[in-house]
Write a protein that binds this ligand. Structure first.
Ligand SMILES: CC(C)(COP(=O)(O)OP(=O)(O)OC[C@H]1O[C@@H](n2cnc3c(N)ncnc32)[C@H](O)[C@@H]1OP(=O)(O)O)[C@@H](O)C(=O)NCCC(=O)NCCS
Length: 157
């Protein structure tokens, strides 16, 4: 179980660790399920560069004094949910998902999220947590100077 997990707002000092968790967990959930063209853009530098701008809408989970996961909100969207491999299966992901949904609802939003179609583990997780598959759509993943379409499913609460 999640044990002594602390959820708190991210700070600027979390940038390096958030970028690290994001990159490795993103690879776990996405490699093999997204266009090769997008993978080329998702360098270590791209995670580091995009992290600071999202920290003020990010909640991190700390376990044993280390950040092991985070959730990022954007408008109505639960935009990012990533948990380090060391903390999967511990309940940290459930806590982050519930906190993200709670904050979205408190702000008057109608929560939704996008999952890459082939990311079966994440999709089972969301369904167990009470989210509903609202069907496939094409997500425009941002890259420098444009976007790349990625096959996703929309989930709603
Ligand atoms: C998706 C994610 C947040 C879910 O968190 P989680 O802690 O893995 O969730 P759960 O504890 O419910 O476990 C999910 C599945 O992994 C299994 N599992 C749990 N711990 C595991 C471990 N240490 N090793 C292998 N499998 C494990 C569970 O049994 C469950 O399997 P099932 O779906 O076949 O029933 C997390 O796996 C993650 O960050 N993945 C990579 C990034 C990602 O895909 N993010 C979502 C983007 S939309």
């Amino acid at each position: 179980m999640a044990g002594d997990v602390t959820l708190r707002d991210a700070t600027a000092g979390d940038a390096a660790r958030v970028a690290q968790v994001w990159e490795s967990a993103w690879r776990d959930g996405h490699v093999g399920h997204i266009p090769d063209e997008l993978l080329v853009h998702r360098t270590t530098r791209s995670f580091v560069d995009r992290t600071p701008a999202m920290l003020d809408r990010t909640v991190v989970a700390e376990l044993g004094g280390q950040v092991v996961g985070f959730v990022t909100l954007s408008g109505d969207e639960l935009e990012q949910l990533f948990v380090d491999a060391s903390a999967r299966g511990t309940g940290v992901a459930s806590l982050l998902l519930a906190e993200g949904a709670r904050r979205l609802r408190a702000a008057g939003a109608t929560p939704w999220l996008a999952v890459v179609t082939g990311n079966a583990r994440a999709r089972r997780f969301y369904e167990r947590e009470g989210w509903r598959d609202a069907g496939p759509f094409s997500y425009e993943a941002p890259i420098d100077g444009g976007t790349i379409p990625v096959e996703c499913h929309r989930y709603e609460l």
